[in-house]
Design a protein around this ligand. Structure first.
Ligand SMILES: C[S@@+](CC[C@H](N)C(=O)[O-])C[C@H]1O[C@@H](n2cnc3c(N)ncnc32)[C@H](O)[C@@H]1O
Length: 273
């Protein structure tokens, strides 16, 4: 009996699909540089990527400058291993020597301290109480140099509170392409508990349904800035994604105090030590 031909979903690598859909490490590195320069008027060299997953940002960081070092921190051995096999392995020997990984909780304190501490893709939303977030922010602050910044991304807007809302994005056209769906599955207005699922669909009709799932508290910018202050940060800034008059994305981030209430937005919060 001939073996059944595998579907595209069965052949797919969920981490590779994730990376292609969700991450843009070059963009992150540019933003870290911009925010650090704004804060201290100089170039940053040391990065700690909390919740680093497959640590693609660490890898991009050491590629961007010969003096740069990166530390990736994540609890999940499987995800870190995927990063070693697919991202780290593509670096030159000399670049590899400048990346260090720790399989541990992000709330641990480590040395040496860093210029930029990044916690990307809303990962700290896993902490659902103020006490837990402030505890994490205190540890993060301790892991930063006296001239250091903490960078987090945030999302919001009315659409984020619509249960069942799906953001469908086609990654690449043609046979090899796949579709990425970010589903806002549930939102509880009383507790701010929210569940999100990432699925991928392929041209042969097969699916990697709920390849990734997140059960988070939906924090607001105001709350996060207040918690940074409580954790000892001297200040914080919000950077908004700029658009031209026609609403086209300019791929520029500007420090702002007011923004339009659009249905769906992402921004960065930068904590200043
Ligand atoms: C949403 S993913 C983000 C991955 C990556 N930072 C990105 O930008 O795409 C969250 C990651 O955080 C890790 N994680 C969750 N809780 C953690 C904790 N307390 N300490 C360390 N890592 C944790 C998970 O293993 C997972 O890899």
């Amino acid at each position: 009996m001939g073996s059944k031909k595998k579907t595209l979903a069965e052949k797919a690598d969920k981490f590779l699909c994730y990376q292609k859909s969700v991450q843009s490490p070059e963009h992150e590195v540019d933003f870290f540089e911009q925010a650090f320069r704004d804060a201290y008027g100089k170039k940053p060299y040391t990065l700690r990527e909390d919740f680093c997953g497959t640590f693609s940002v660490c890898c991009e960081w050491v590629k961007s400058n010969k003096k740069r070092t990166a530390l990736g921190v994540d609890l999940c051995a499987e995800t870190l291993q995927w990063g070693r096999d697919h991202n780290y392995s593509k670096l030159k020997d000399e670049q590899q020597q400048r990346v260090r990984l720790l399989e541990q909780d992000v709330r641990k304190r480590n040395r040496p301290q860093v210029d930029v501490l990044a916690a990307q893709n809303f990962s700290f939303w896993i902490f659902k109480t103020r006490a837990e977030v402030i505890d994490y922010f205190r540890a993060a602050r301790a892991n930063m140099k006296s001239e250091g910044i903490m960078v987090m991304d945030m999302m919001g807007g009315g659409d984020c509170f619509i249960e069942g809302q799906v953001d469908k994005r086609k990654i690449r056209k043609g046979k090899k392409g796949f579709r990425y769906d970010w589903k806002q599955a549930s939102y509880n207005p009383i507790t701010q508990d929210a569940s999100f699922y990432i699925s991928f669909s392929f041209p042969d009709g097969s699916k990697l349904k709920n390849a990734f799932e997140y059960h988070w508290r939906f924090w607001t910018i105001t709350e996060v800035r207040e918690m940074l202050e409580e954790a000892g940060f001297s200040g914080s800034h919000v950077y908004w994604d700029m658009e031209d008059e026609k609403g086209n994305d300019l791929d520029e981030w500007a420090k702002v105090e007011n923004a339009d209430s659009t249905p769906c937005w992402v921004c960065y919060i930068v904590g200043i030590k």
